[in-house]
Design a protein around this ligand. Structure first.
Ligand code: PLP
Length: 284
């Protein structure tokens, strides 16, 4: 797999002028959330910035605590970087509560944050909730209409649309239902379905594109959803159009899953640095 538009090792030695912002939660275990996003941004050659929504107490075994930030503190972080550094593209991950969702939506509109990738994070792979149940309506009402791309897995599809995805036909129905909620593009992720291929479905309101990839039989995929959304966001920040950005994001996360590693006693993270292994001083 090679993509001439991806940064070469030499490019990492020059200042990164493309900028990307993640609006998401912190994972103290370093595999998902803000930490995954910033590693992905770096590996994809963009300057990463963060607006933290909540701090999770988390390791490879699961989430044992969540400390939400005040909604105005989330909005202030966004405003601070937009008005000074500038944001080439942004993504949302764990938004935690309805009040934080409303604050983020208001800041996105007021400050013209665009393009916006929305990963509608609802729970961790262990099943720990990362979104209050009453926040789903706010996600549907206030964030999805602002999204240039929304990237739900099949669990998130069920929560947002009520559609139980079991087949490729269900994926199409879900993509249509989600598109009707306002996002310009929808990527329904099929990674949770059974079968040898992890096929995702991309929909822009007119045509469907299937994105197949070989399924890797590893349980160590912690942070894979965040990583796909962040890599796609980085590609948008570097100026790719949506279709090319989604392909680039999928290529990045597929290789990161192939390079995942066990850590702790539970689920290990995907390997974010596969693309920069040849850099001087690189550790993996
Ligand atoms: N923790 C945080 C803070 C996250 O943002 C996410 C993102 O989805 C997760 C955990 C879940 O990661 P995973 O579902 O890969 O375990």
């Amino acid at each position: 797999m090679s993509d001439a538009r991806l940064p070469s090792a030499a490019e990492f030695n020059v200042p990164m002028t493309a900028t990307a912002l993640t609006i998401a939660g912190s994972d103290s275990g370093g595999g998902a959330g803000i930490q995954a996003d910033l590693k992905t941004f770096l590996a994809c050659g963009v300057h990463g910035m963060s607006a933290i929504t909540a701090v999770t107490v988390q390791n490879s075994l699961g989430v044992s605590g969540i400390y939400e930030l005040p909604p105005h503190a989330v909005a202030e972080q966004i405003e601070s970087v937009v008005t000074d550094i500038g944001v080439g593209a942004a993504k949302t991950g764990m938004l935690a509560s309805a009040a934080i969702i409303e604050a983020v939506a208001d800041a996105v509109v007021r400050l013209g944050v665009h393009p916006l990738v929305v990963d509608p994070v609802a729970a961790s792979q262990h099943g720990d909730p990362l979104l209050r149940p009453d926040a789903l309506a706010a996600l549907r009402r206030s964030i999805l209409p602002l999204a240039d791309l929304v990237t739900p897995n099949t669990d998130e599809v069920r929560l947002l649309t009520g559609i139980e995805v079991g087949t490729h036909a269900d994926m199409r129905e879900a993509a249509r239902a989600l598109h009707a909620m306002g996002p310009a593009w929808v990527l329904v992720k099929g990674g949770h379905l059974t079968g040898s291929a992890a096929t995702d479905l991309l929909y822009d309101g007119t045509g469907f594109t299937e994105l197949p990839s070989r399924r890797h039989g590893t349980p160590h995929t912690h942070g894979s959803g965040d990583t796909l959304a962040a890599a796609t966001c980085a590609a948008l920040a570097r100026g790719l159009d949506m279709r090319a950005a989604v392909h680039s994001g999928k290529e990045y996360v597929t290789a990161a899953i192939a390079g995942s590693y066990p850590l702790g006693r539970g689920l290990g993270p995907v390997g974010h640095f596969w693309r920069v292994r040849d850099l001087p001083g690189s550790v993996n």
